[in-house]
Design a protein around this ligand. Structure first.
Ligand code: HMG
Length: 408
């Protein structure tokens, strides 16, 4: 039975900071951010947005695009590491804001940047377990990436959400049924209770990511069907590779590691290795990184932002071909899996339109917004979200849906 992503929709906040400007303000050569990390801009959430409004705005777009009645959603999963309460899940606020029915399994998932994949796989398994029953799930990955001002992680912040309708009519991506997984307890990135900004052992986190990639990819290679021939590279069967992308240079490092494993023992392992890695990255990875270079790290939504942008831009050209996807969440858990782009794919995830509509802010405004945090309030001019966080009253968070004229 085919199960997978029926529709995807993205939402990113309307304010954007140029990383050339941030580099100038921090006394860093702009090439360090542009080439060293591969980042160009980062999305900044205004005070009236938190992870609930990001998730709800993406969810509303996905439901509209798929023409699914909210009452037909039997499972709503919101994956995030930017939770707003220690007990009450982000997903139940989203459930109300989207008008989803009472007969629904609703919960929030957390495992750093891996939770979106955990949610996707849980939803796909739930749809498969339903047999011929028409089950549909809504999976939303949403996050606001925050590091301390002036820290090495600062240029790798970002914010956004990706919503995916999961069901038995996967018009956007048919999920493969096998996954290579890898897990281990490491302290590479974490956010102790009560802290807004993450703590990170930056260089170590890159090593942990690459080790987890190697583990998950090796595990997947043994599960591929039909089985790989002796010395046959898996990459020959995959048209594109999408990676969890905290910053685009990380995807370049990941692809290099993957190919070194995949090509070891083949003729490509010799003198031509370097040239072949560069060509493979250029053709099979770089075209999928444009959006993430302009939004920044969206933590658990990052892999799915890459997927949405790729399918929106190149879906029809990739029809009938398979993609390789790698998800990494610090701490850590990782998964390598594949998906088939179906014929007739037509994804309008809203990425190009949202990036076009953004308002550029300067460094002083960015620093003010960071200080204010998600304190609630009125939407700024040019706001493209559909929901706002009004603030906290009597220890309770209050949200509102905007009048249709204000919403995109
Ligand atoms: P840094 O201090 O900028 O490191 O921190 P750097 O000085 O090594 O510079 C970075 C790159 O810029 C290097 O390239 C330099 O050579 C280059 P590389 O050697 O890596 O190829 N460079 C220049 N290039 C051109 N012109 C120049 C120039 N100067 C230097 N003038 C670090 C980088 C990633 C550590 C930092 O940004 C950080 O801590 N980021 C946050 C952590 C992170 O993103 N880790 C990634 C793996 S873990 C993960 O992905 C999970 C995560 O998303 C969280 C979750 O799971 O929830 C983070």
């Amino acid at each position: 039975m085919s199960v997978g992503i029926e529709q995807l929709a993205v939402y990113v906040p309307p304010s954007v900071l140029s990383l050339d400007e941030l580099a100038a303000a921090r006394g860093v050569p702009p090439e360090k951010f542009r080439e060293g990390l591969g980042v160009r801009e980062m999305a900044i959430a205004p005070p009236c947005e938190d992870v609930v409004t990001l998730a709800a705005s993406a969810g509303a777009r996905a439901l509209r695009a798929s023409r699914v009645d909210p009452g037909d959603i039997g499972m709503l999963l919101v994956a995030t590491e930017t939770g707003v309460d220690h007990a009450k899940p982000v997903s139940i606020f989203v459930h109300e804001l989207l008008g989803i029915g009472r007969q629904c399994r609703v919960y929030e998932l957390k495992h750093a940047c891996y939770a979106g994949t955990a949610a996707l796989m849980s939803a796909a398994d739930w749809v498969r377990a339903g047999g011929t029953r028409p089950r549909r799930a809504l999976v939303i990955a949403a996050d606001i990436a925050r590091y301390a001002i002036g820290s090495p992680g600062e240029p790798t912040q970002g914010a956004g959400a990706v919503a995916m309708v999961i069901g038995r009519e996967p018009w956007s991506l048919v999920l493969g049924e096998e996954s290579g997984t890898y897990a281990g307890n490491v302290y590479d990135f974490w956010r102790p209770l009560g802290r807004r900004e993450a703590l990170v052992d930056g260089k170590y986190s890159v090593e942990c990511y690459l080790e987890a990639l190697a583990g998950a990819f090796r595990a997947y290679r043994t599960l591929e069907r039909p089985a790989l021939g002796t010395d046959e590279p898996l990459s020959g069967r995959l048209a594109r590779f999408l990676y969890h992308t905290p910053f685009p240079k990380m995807a370049a490092k990941a692809h290099r590691r993957l190919l070194e494993i995949d090509w070891s023992g083949t003729t490509l392992a010799g003198d031509r290795l370097e040239e072949a890695i560069v060509a493979s990255y250029r053709d099979a990875v770089a075209p999928g990184l444009e959006a993430v270079a302009r939004v920044g790290n969206t933590y658990t939504a990052s892999l799915y932002l890459c997927l949405a942008a790729l399918l929106e831009r190149e879906g029809p050209r990739l029809a009938g071909q398979r993609l390789g996807l790698f998800s990494y969440g610090s701490g850590c858990c990782a998964e390598f899996f594949t998906g088939l782009v179906p014929s007739g794919v037509a994804v309008q995830a809203g990425v190009a339109e949202l990036l076009r509509e953004r308002t550029t802010i300067d460094v002083a405004t960015y620093e003010r917004l960071v200080r204010e945090g998600d304190s609630g309030g009125e939407p700024p001019p040019g706001f493209t979200g559909e929901f706002v966080f009004r603030g906290v009253r009597d220890e309770r968070r209050e949200y509102a849906r905007l009048a249709p004229a204000l919403a995109a």
